[in-house]
Design a protein around this ligand. Structure first.
Ligand SMILES: [Zn+2]
Length: 112
């Protein structure tokens, strides 16, 4: 049996991603969740990096940065299939190296 594949991708009224799957499942993904779970090497390294005390970006520091949207304001700008097994996602913060395998997409999000 083939693994389920997305048959429809859409952004809902709140600009969150909704995927309809070939097995009838419908899942909603917040952009924030997708961005935080980005599987690219850079993000994986960041997540695995040891906490560095004062240098760690916290909410206070983030607000002082002059450019770039805050994480909760990031949106999906584009999403395109990579072969038959994954999707690449371009976020509005300019990050576009994340390739999301279908397996990962099935684990993330919530059923709607
Ligand atoms: Zn990434």
């Amino acid at each position: 049996m083939n693994a389920p594949t997305p048959v429809n991708l859409a952004l809902d009224a709140e600009k969150q991603l909704v995927i309809e799957w070939s097995d009838g499942a419908r899942r909603r993904y917040t952009v924030r969740e997708l961005r935080e779970k980005c599987p690219c090497a850079t993000c994986r390294e960041k997540r695995n990096a040891p906490q560095q005390g004062p240098q760690t970006m916290n909410a206070g520091v983030l607000e002082l940065l002059p450019s770039g949207p805050r994480p909760d304001q990031v949106q999906i700008e584009a999403m395109s299939p990579v072969g038959h097994y994954a999707y690449s996602v371009t976020f509005s913060d300019g990050h576009d190296t994340g390739i999301y395998p279908l397996e990962l997409l099935r684990e993330l999000g919530t059923t709607v």
